[in-house]
Write a protein that binds this ligand. Structure first.
Ligand SMILES: Cc1cc2nc3c(=O)[nH]c(=O)nc-3n(C[C@H](O)[C@H](O)[C@H](O)COP(=O)(O)OP(=O)(O)OC[C@H]3O[C@@H](n4cnc5c(N)ncnc54)[C@H](O)[C@@H]3O)c2cc1C
Length: 475
């Protein structure tokens, strides 16, 4: 017999589980269906983000940063740490424990908010009376009927044409987070967020890391000045990044992997490595959803077509997160999940795409919100720019981490903040001030007039805002 719900959410990643919880808080009878399995075959809600994305990558970045600090930076503080070793199995075990805490946390929240969780794959059967019939295939097969359906089925790693992931030698993000011992030589294809974060982890642990990037520009979406500063820092760390390459044949053998490519000068090259991480983007995932059964519209990339309110072409069917247009970021998925739940309740949920922050959790961290200087130029917007280096910030000096800067871009006439770009320590945390400011359509002067704690990295933010009008407090 089928079970009826006001809302059935398919996918328990940050888009789906947040939509389910918010809908339940708004008084709906909600089911969430997610098929992710842990090592024991049990449920592991949280999607890519929790299981093989945001959370585990940040756990490994933290562990590897501690290792690098102990090896290279403790001595500056007068601390002797000799014979520092890394137990990779233990590090990966800690990461797995962090992931499990998050999986369990979501199951607890489902219980607390009375969301019915179904472990298995959800697929459309047909439009049913007053909703849609969804078949769940999993531990126990079920048939659900939902008045509203929220699709949050996420994305999968994009493979190189003709080179399948074996997760032993050719790794997606999944295998990259489960490497059991530091490889001597590690190759990556793609110097985007995931490539830089994974490359940083294994470089810090002693691997000789080379990243091959097809585009001629490093981090093309990032403000040019900030990207340049970041590249300088990565070069200094020994993270080798080759731009403008064309990857040819990739051969795997028992010894590892051999990648043929032409470099930016057009010269034929070969890169041999123990392992290869392919991080060339992600593809929206609608595998197994049986979208055809109900005529759900997909675009040419395979993403579910939605309007600005996350409505699909079908009445009462919504879609959020990586499976729809827009940046593939967990917090974007979450915001859409909340907005959809509120719209189902007749409220006016809203996502402001202009104030979605971006973060790359390397060292230095890179974070930004709003438009870059090159975008403002291309859009013909008259702007003012102000920068402030962490080298001149007292807290950064005390931390011993003075790489980078804060950059403000403000409208030339109104002084409204149009973009804030940070490369440096704790950029991931500092960017929130800029997000709040932009949500309230603040001016650079607003930030310059707000009292910031001393000594703090946020004083560099204030100084960059002051620098927009060529002022400084740092004498
Ligand atoms: C290595 C890595 C690091 C990242 N780091 C960050 C970061 O630091 N910050 C950030 O914002 N973003 C980060 N991301 C991106 C982030 O993980 C995604 O944007 C986010 O997970 C998208 O959420 P989602 O809910 O749309 O989809 P997902 O998290 O992919 O969740 C989709 C869920 O749906 C399930 N599912 C799919 N189809 C079905 C079906 N038919 N039936 C049942 N269940 C189904 C899947 O098993 C999965 O559990 C990272 C990604 C990677 C790969």
């Amino acid at each position: 017999m089928s079970k009826s719900f006001d809302v059935v959410v398919i996918g328990g990643g940050p888009g789906g589980y947040i939509a389910a919880i918010r809908a339940a808080q708004l008084g709906f009878n909600v089911a969430c269906v997610d098929e992710w399995k842990n090592d024991k075959g049990g449920p592991a809600p949280g999607g890519t983000c929790t299981n093989v994305g945001c959370i585990p990558s940040k756990a490994l970045l933290q562990s590897s940063e501690h290792f690098e600090h102990a090896n290279k930076h403790f001595a500056e503080h007068g601390i002797t740490a000799s014979d520092v070793k890394i137990d990779v199995a233990k590090m990966v075990g800690r990461k797995d424990a962090v992931v499990k805490q998050n999986n369990d946390g979501i199951l607890y929240l489902f219980k607390k908010n009375k969301v019915s969780f179904f472990h298995g794959r959800g697929a459309f059967v047909k439009a049913a009376d007053g909703g849609y019939e969804i078949k769940v295939t999993g531990a126990a097969d079920e048939t659900l009927v939902g008045k509203h359906i929220v699709l949050a089925t996420g994305s999968n790693a994009r493979a190189l044409p003709g080179v399948a992931f074996d997760e032993e030698t050719v790794l997606s993000n999944d295998g990259a987070l489960r490497i059991g011992a530091t490889p001597k030589k590690l190759a990556l294809i793609g110097s985007g967020v995931i490539g830089l974060e994974m490359g940083s982890v294994w470089r810090r642990l002693g691997a000789d890391v080379t990243i091959l990037e097809g585009l001629p520009t490093f981090l093309g979406a990032v403000d040019e000045q900030i990207a340049k500063e970041a590249k300088k820092a990565f070069d200094k760390q020994g993270l080798k990044i080759e731009l403008g390459v064309k990857v040819g044949e990739v051969k795997t053998s028992k010894k590892g992997v051999s990648i043929a490519y032409t470099n930016a000068k057009g010269e034929a090259q070969t890169l041999d490595a123990d392992k290869l991480i392919v991080s060339i983007g992600r593809v929206p995932n609608t595998i197994g959803l049986n979208a055809e059964a109900v005529g759900l519209a997909l675009d040419e990339r395979g993403a579910i077509v939605v309007d600005g309110d996350c409505k699909t072409n079908l009445p009462n069917v919504w879609a959020v997160g990586d499976v729809v247009r827009g940046p593939m970021l967990a917090h974007k998925a979450e915001e859409e999940g909340v907005a959809v739940a509120e719209r189902i309740a007749g409220q006016h949920g809203h996502v402001n795409f202009n104030t979605i922050p971006w973060v790359i959790y390397t060292s230095p961290e890179i974070a930004w919100v709003g438009r870059t200087e090159q975008q403002l130029k291309a859009d013909g917007v008259a702007y003012k720019a102000g920068t402030f280096p962490f080298l001149a910030n007292g807290r950064a000096r005390a931390l011993g981490d003075t790489t980078g800067m804060v950059k403000f871009l403000a409208d030339a006439k109104t002084d409204e903040i149009l973009g804030v770009h940070i490369v440096g320590p704790m950029a991931s945390e500092l960017i929130s001030e800029a997000v709040v400011a932009m949500e309230f359509r603040a001016s650079a002067e607003d930030i310059a007039r707000i009292c910031h704690a001393h000594p703090s990295l946020s004083e560099a933010t204030k100084e960059a805002a002051l620098a927009v009008d060529k002022r400084t407090l740092n004498f």
